[in-house]
Write a protein that binds this ligand. Structure first.
Ligand code: ZN
Length: 459
């Protein structure tokens, strides 16, 4: 006899399936995966979930620990503040973070993600070593803590150990504030190997790699790592800042995305995080390569990065998803709204990210971000369809902003009006993790987080 887990059935009066809106939908779930989808079905034998079922949104870019410094950098310094002055404050914040702190902050961020409609996270994990910059006894100590936070909260995981080797283009030596990030290729590959072990407790976890940025590697060390890792997603921060573009040109005579497209076989494994400052040729080149652009609109606004060229990329058939990056505010609909509003302000038009008349902006944004987020995760997620993980976000169709509408208007109302308050229940791999808008372990996770941030604030 071999063990089989009983199939679980969830019934929804309405669901967004790959072919569009469907009524009276039953999802049959086995071992966290959707085994059957039936519409116009009876609810007999199924657990009836009231509300509208959407595929859960993948979060394609997070630095979980940065949730702990949200709100602490909104004070003008002596010089004009920028991404670079923010980075100095971030380096100071991590000076004293312990493994327990990292786990507590990550659990809090992940619980918030689930409440905010993100059912999985691609964690761009670059905090590797202890406070002195020495490796922990277990190279992947802090990756273990990320995995534990995922197990506790139930969120899906793509772990992206970050390869961070240098501080500037051309192999500039790391600065003191970067000591907890730094590895040479050999130690990075050992860390990656160990990371594959430590994520095993997280159901269906995937592993990719993340060369931090072109300024954090040299062409030689980048190629060495890429050669050693022939499969899985590859995420990289790129062209986020004008100064980064200028420094790249000074080093190579090429812009960052131009350099990458010229020197590396960029394909569907690649996820270009931010890609804010692109020429029309670079935008077309990224779309042609099939790489995902990872947009983090709330963080990009917070850091004053600039605005991605959205309509041009969509017109070229480009693939994008969204991430919460610094976790200054954690909400899937909020990221989509900020994305659209930035484009409206930049181009002085409305419904900027749609392609044809009568297309709903809420639905267009949601479906684009599902597809891009799923591709970026390297996991079978992003749709209510056979073979995909049963990651489901349920909208409360009795919410005052949703009760008078249906179909695509639900997504418009969630994105532009109600925000995450429209989200009632959330399931990951068929298991409920959020009820009535609150994570099931919210009280204990929040208590631990409060103790950590209060201690950090007193240092
Ligand atoms: Zn980032």
């Amino acid at each position: 006899m071999h063990a089989t887990s009983a199939a679980k059935k969830l019934f929804f009066s309405h669901a967004l399936l790959p072919g569009g809106w469907a009524r009276d939908v039953v999802l049959t779930i086995e071992n966290g995966v959707i085994g059957a989808v039936a519409d116009n079905s009876s609810s007999a034998g199924a657990e009836i979930v009231s509300g509208v079922a959407l595929p859960g949104m993948p979060n394609l870019h997070s630095h979980a620990f940065q949730r702990g410094m949200a709100g602490l950098t909104e004070l003008r310094g002596e010089m004009q503040d920028s991404f670079w002055t923010w980075r100095q404050l971030m380096y100071r914040f991590i000076d004293t973070l312990t493994p327990d702190d990292v786990e507590a902050i990550a659990a809090y961020a992940y619980a918030e993600m689930l409440e905010g409609g993100f059912t999985s996270v691609a964690e761009f994990h670059y905090l590797h070593h202890d406070e002195s910059g020495a490796p922990y006894g277990d190279l992947a100590e802090l990756a273990t803590r990320i995995a534990s936070a995922c197990v506790e909260t139930g969120i899906g995981l793509t772990l992206l150990p970050v390869f961070y080797n240098f501080s500037g283009f051309g192999g500039a030596a790391p600065v003191h504030g970067q000591r907890r990030f730094i590895n040479d290729p050999a130690r990075f590959l050992a860390l990656l190997q160990r990371s594959r072990e430590v994520v095993k407790p997280v159901q269906d976890a995937a592993i990719g790699i993340a060369p931090h940025s072109l300024r954090a590697v040299t062409p030689e060390t980048l190629m060495e790592v890429l050669k050693a890792v022939p499969t899985g997603p590859i995420h990289v921060h790129i062209a986020e800042q004008v100064k980064e573009v200028e420094d790249c040109i000074a080093w190579s005579s090429q812009r960052p995305v131009e350099w990458l497209l010229d020197h590396v076989a960029v394909d569907r494994r690649w996820v270009l995080i931010h890609a804010t400052h692109l020429t029309p040729e670079e935008t077309a080149g990224v779309a042609r390569a099939g790489a995902v652009v990872g947009l983090c609109p709330l963080t990009e606004a917070n850091l004053g990065d600039g605005i991605f060229e959205g309509p041009r990329f969509v017109e070229a058939g480009g693939v994008f998803g969204v991430g919460s990056d610094s976790n200054i505010e954690v909400t899937a609909p909020g990221e989509l709204k900020q994305l659209e509003y930035s484009q409206r302000l930049r181009h002085r038009v409305r419904n900027a990210m749609t392609r044809h008349s009568a297309e709903s902006t809420g639905r267009a944004l949601y479906e684009h971000a599902l597809a891009g987020g799923a591709q970026a995760s390297g996991r079978s997620i992003g749709a209510l369809a056979v073979g995909k993980r049963a990651d489901v976000v349920v909208l409360d169709d009795t919410h005052s902003d949703l009760c008078g509408v249906s179909g695509d208007r639900w997504l418009d109302a969630m994105t532009f009006v109600a925000g995450k308050s429209a989200i009632s229940n959330v399931y990951v791999g068929g298991k409920q993790v959020v009820a009535d808008g609150r994570h099931l372990k919210r009280a204990e996770i929040t208590g631990r987080y409060r103790r950590v941030v209060q201690r950090l604030a007193s240092l």
